[in-house]
Design a protein. Structure first.
Length: 380
């Protein structure tokens, strides 16, 4: 077995996780389909040569983004939307992007690239419901996968939260960036150090099959003439790592930030974390309290599908109206928006499990203005 980045044989399987939902952002309109979802395994494998961490048991057939009810939209959150607005402002000023030609690989629903209103934009993603062309072709969303031709005559490239979904990243980079002449690139990915530092066990998901060190990133791009002009490990309160690459630039070399013993310790604590959470949920329910999970994106689905007593959680909550009425894979828990829950026959929550502490203030405001009751919060 060789590392998919540096091709070294010096790799080690650290831990095995079984029966994992493949894509956390696939939600289902029918409960039986949610319950019958095919599961996969995670063989968390570490490369001692470049620090790349990956799932050597990953199957891309389980992550077909052209199928299912894929929904990873977080822009209903004011907090997250402000983060995106600030990022657009930062990049636009730094790279003078007004009237420039921008491409985003892995654009999701296109809401981020659409914020570059004074630029000519092309967004590409296989999970788009369909392609879209503005009347003047200044804004295009293309359903599918990016090719070398898509990069032709572009001034700036964005790629946010895409590389972690690619099981053979070096092959992807070599194929897409061959003969690429774009001077500046911006990438953003989840940071495994955040999981380790914050005991964020629900952030370990199947579809995030690749976790990068800055050394592994450097290895992939150096043959294409790119090197770092900026590395930021503080994005989104340290949850994200961003790196900006430029052509023909001398920079500080990449590093191996996470050691294998840290990965092993994280994995050893993983099972005990969920046992403790199971016990907390049981105790609340034994007291007659209604427990729910708020935030049904990757972390929320990961949490609900890894606890043993999800049947004790009558519903989950998300502010995204397109998720209302949908079912979480594997466990079959139904999702409500706050307003829909208020108008349902369900009991209002006494305890809310928050899947990301960054949204606590925003969630408290919604709860206070919608449910008008005292609620206890616990952090997952």
């Amino acid at each position: 077995m060789k590392c998919p980045v540096c091709l070294s044989n010096n790799v080690e399987v650290i831990w095995q996780f079984n029966n994992i939902v493949p894509v956390s952002n696939f939600l289902y309109s029918e409960k039986n389909k949610a319950l019958d979802v095919t599961r996969g395994n995670i063989a968390l494998t570490y490369c001692h040569n470049c620090g790349f961490l990956y799932n050597s048991s990953f199957s891309k057939e389980l992550c077909d983004y052209n199928s299912g009810e894929y929904n990873n939209d977080q822009t209903e959150s004011k907090y997250f939307n402000q983060y995106l607005d600030d990022l657009v402002d930062e990049l636009s000023k730094k790279y003078k992007l007004n009237n420039k030609r921008i491409i985003e690989i892995g654009c999701g629903n296109g809401k981020f690239i659409k914020k570059f209103m004074d630029s000519v934009c092309l967004g590409i993603d296989p999970a788009l419901s369909k392609s879209y062309f503005s009347k003047d072709n200044s804004f295009i969303l293309k359903k599918g996968y990016a090719s070398t031709n898509d990069l032709h005559n572009k001034d700036f490239l964005l790629c946010r939260h895409t590389l972690e979904h690619i099981a053979s990243p070096r092959d992807f980079i070599d194929e897409i960036f061959v003969k690429c002449k774009i001077l500046n690139l911006y990438f953003e990915i989840p940071r495994f150090g955040y999981l380790v530092e914050n005991d964020a066990y629900n952030a370990l998901t199947y579809e995030h099959c690749s976790w990068y060190s800055t050394k592994s990133i450097e290895i992939m791009f150096k043959d294409h003439g790119y090197s770092y002009n900026s590395v930021n490990k503080e994005r989104f309160d340290t949850e994200y790592l961003s790196f900006e690459l430029s052509k023909d630039r001398n920079s500080v070399p990449g590093q191996i930030e996470i050691q294998p013993k840290e990965v092993l310790l994280f994995c050893e604590k993983y099972s005990s974390y969920y046992r403790t959470l199971n016990q907390k949920i049981y105790e609340f329910c034994h007291l007659g309290k209604t427990v729910t999970v708020w935030g049904i994106a990757g972390k929320g689905v990961s949490l609900l599908t890894n606890i043993d007593n999800s049947e004790q959680i009558p519903y989950a909550i998300d502010i995204n109206p397109s998720k209302n009425g949908m079912y979480v894979p594997k466990c079959g828990v139904q999702i409500y928006t706050p307003d829909a829950l208020l108008n349902s026959d369900q009991l209002l929550p006494d305890v809310i499990i928050l899947t990301n502490r960054l949204y606590k203030n925003e969630i408290e405001e919604v709860v206070n203005n919608t449910f008008y009751k005292q609620v206890e919060y616990i952090f997952a």
